[in-house]
Design a protein around this ligand. Structure first.
Ligand SMILES: *[C@@H]1O[C@H](CO)[C@@H](O)[C@H](O)[C@H]1NC(C)=O
Ligand SMILES: *[C@@H]1O[C@H](CO)[C@@H](O)[C@H](O)[C@H]1NC(C)=O
Ligand SMILES: *[C@@H]1O[C@H](CO)[C@@H](O)[C@H](O)[C@H]1NC(C)=O
Length: 368
């Protein structure tokens, strides 16, 4: 009797060891405890579906937050502030290009996380404006930057796990003018410090860490000296970027813009991809933001030394003939993350996108 019990215990111990050693059961595989299942899954029974044994079941939303920041793609709007139908806060009639159609708050609620903003000295303040020779005029001035930054502040406060990235095309000459406008908008509390940004390639802190430390706002300026003077990251110290406008839309090519190092410079951990016209056109953007955009992801991947885009910048971000820029960003996340999270996370994302299993094989082959 004693020997039987002993054998039984040994058998149980061996089974437990085998399970804990592997813990790689995938969705639908049988399991005994949560630890049997790979990450993002738990062990449960769906009796109502007629299941008779416990299986590994999805427990986490996609995308995850445990990977380095540079393993994610972020939907970015070009000239996020140049919104059709919004009057100039100067009271003048606007005579300038428009690139978007809904407010920054709506953009945030729809999942836009990157914002390209043009900052100018104007009327004793910092304004969002379009350039004519680097000068802001009433007929090209949208509103004080503080108003848009306040919308971003409200969103960061209300959504404690979200991260926002701002790219400033910076014409502000007033010393500390840019810093002050962020301070006054209550955004310094979310500031991600330059000291934590990788300078010679390599991974960024994880998204989890950025959330835990509440350093959830990344701000990049186009003026190199402001990194030293004001602690605002100089954009091209940290990322490569392709040509903007028509130069970034030539099929089959993804050249860097002048200020950026070559796309394949691995000392820059991040990749910014522009895909919008010189002359914004809301009617043509539904074509631009569909298959043409998707095709270009691959072109820029190859040009960037086999690295997928982190920031995908478009005009009229909601216009497409289907999945549009949202699907393009899903595809990028899928590509960057499937090699990390394993086949199930990849499969789950494909399911969300409504793509077939056969694509999974292709995806995994392109994973690093
Ligand atoms: C520009 O707008 C401001 C604010 O409304 C106004 O005070 C100023 O007179 C305007 N300038 C011109 C040249 O119209
Ligand atoms: C990357 O940085 C290292 C160390 O600073 C340097 O030796 C190397 O030349 C750089 N590579 C490129 C492509 O600039
Ligand atoms: C887009 O189409 C609408 C309706 O046909 C037209 O009124 C508008 O002028 C067009 N916009 C551009 C930039 O071509």
């Amino acid at each position: 009797m004693g020997r039987m019990l002993e054998l039984l215990l040994v058998a149980l111990l061996l089974k437990t060891l085998a399970l804990t050693a592997t813990a790689v059961s995938q969705i639908g595989d049988e399991c005994n405890v949560d630890a049997d299942c790979s990450s993002g899954l738990y062990c449960s029974l769906c009796a109502a579906a007629g299941d008779v044994s416990t299986t590994c079941i999805r427990s986490q939303a996609t995308p995850s937050t445990h990977l380095p920041f540079n393993k994610y793609a972020w939907l970015t709007t070009h000239n996020s502030f140049a919104i059709e139908g919004e009057p100039s806060a100067t009271g003048s009639i606007l005579k300038t290009n428009m690139n978007q159609e809904d407010s920054v708050t709506d953009q945030l609620n729809n999942g836009v996380r990157g914002f390209m903003l043009d900052f100018y000295d104007f009327l004793d303040d910092v304004w969002l404006c379009h350039s004519e020779g680097g000068i802001c005029y009433n007929h090209t001035a949208f509103q004080p930057a503080s108003q848009t930054l306040k919308e971003i502040e409200l969103f960061l406060v209300a959504n404690p796990t979200e991260i926002i990235i701002i790219f400033i095309e910076d014409y502000v000459q007033v010393p500390n003018g840019v810093s002050e406008v962020f301070t006054n908008a209550g955004l310094k509390q979310f500031w991600f410090p330059v000291s934590k940004m990788p300078k010679t390639g390599g991974d960024w802190p994880t998204v989890d860490e950025m959330i835990q430390t509440n350093q959830r706002l990344l701000v990049f300026t186009s003026v190199e000296s402001k990194e030293e003077r004001e602690g605002i990251a100089y954009e091209w110290n940290y990322m490569v970027e392709n040509m903007w406008g028509d130069g970034g839309m030539q099929p089959g090519s993804c050249p860097n813009r002048g200020e950026s190092r070559p796309m394949n410079d691995a000392n820059k951990s991040l990749v910014l991809q522009n895909y919008f016209r010189d002359d914004p056109n809301e009617n043509l953007s539904c074509v631009d933001n569909s298959a043409n955009l998707e095709n270009m992801l691959d072109v820029c991947y190859k040009a960037s030394g086999n690295r997928w885009t982190n920031f995908l910048a478009v005009d009229f971000y909601k216009r497409s003939s289907g999945g549009g820029a949202f699907k393009a960003v899903d595809l990028l996340n899928d590509k960057m993350q499937c090699g990390y999270d394993g086949i199930d996370a990849c499969q789950a994302r494909l399911n969300l996108m409504g793509l077939p299993y056969s694509q999974l094989v292709t995806e995994l082959n392109t994973c690093a």
